[in-house]
Design a binder for this molecule. Sequence first.
Ligand code: LLP
Length: 383
Amino acid sequence: MMLKGTYPLQRFEGLQTPFYYYDTRLLQDTLDAIKAELRDRPSWRMHYAVKANHNPVLLRQIAAAGFGADCVSGGEVQTALDAGFRASDIVFAGVGKADWEIDLGLEKGIGRFNVESSAELRVIAQLAAEKGVVAPVSLRVNPDIGAHTLAGITTGLAENKFGIYHGMVDDVAREALSLPSIRFCGLHFHIGSQILEMPDFAALCNRINELTDRLEKEGIPVSDINVGGGLGIEYEHPNHFPIADFAAYFGTYKRGLRGSRPVHFELGRAIIAPCGTLITRVLYVKEGLAKRFAIVDAGMNDLVRPAMYHAVHRIENLSSDGPELPYDVVGPCCESSDVFGKDVLLNECHRGDIIAIRSAGAYGQSMASQYNCRPLAPAYYSE
Ligand code: LLP
């Protein structure tokens, strides 16, 4: 017998599918769990990674809990400001910041530019000098550390486009210190996403310790550290693990990082994935030669992760208690890759049954598109 999430099925019956459903109570419990872990480290700060989900209702709730925001575009900076994040609590990363985006950050007085190359550093210095302001800057380091995750979402290897190679960061830091319109504050890292193995984060701590020791010996002061995000969630067991293992995650950093510098975190997925579900309806059940298809009314344009990364999301038939049968759950888009799951065991499906695609709060709505001229799905909330 399959353990299912609990949802207000009657309310769902009256709504046009597909839509995203957010459990804002679970989001609050998650935010509270993070705050509890950080209570003994008052200088450590969480900056929610807006890219994971920029839905304004959720952003307002996260801002109200006192979190900062991690942004990767001018659009995200503006969205975060509109949702109530303080400018000084906004950090801005990205390998390709356009001049207008840098100008926006400078005009609003954001807390930090995470700079990814010396070419970018010089442009920020020039734009800040023109405005007569000083830009607070951290250097994003490529630590050349692999992470155990999906191939498409590692970021910390030397072959990835992100950050300044760790062996070259000394020169760029010296350059930053020499520029009067730049305040050099510290170092920024991020090794990848959906990481469940704590030794990966422990390896990052070792690299950070090595690097900060080396820079400080060379007379380059490192005031604070941003370790990025990347903590994964249990996609296959959302009912057993609704909240990510924050104790293990922060414990790894508490044990691993030397010194008493302020530490910034940029979690996205672990904060917002579990509270979101993509709700869809079975349009047709089709018997193929070797397969049984449940064709649903949500598509890869509403949740691209399975098609893009072969990511697994738990799928449940909320309307049926019938015998469990294997289905390929597919969407209506004109792409063979528009598949949410293959050989998924579901209670027997019928036209009109309501299907829950779980843990869709992160990189679901924020990566949605209108491919095939499909409308963007709306969102509803538990409270
Ligand atoms: N900080 C930086 C610099 C990042 O590049 C990312 C994610 C994060 C923080 C937040 O990572 P998180 O805590 O959410 O793992 N679309 C993919 C994930 C792409 C992640 C990109 N960077 C997916 O659906 O799995």
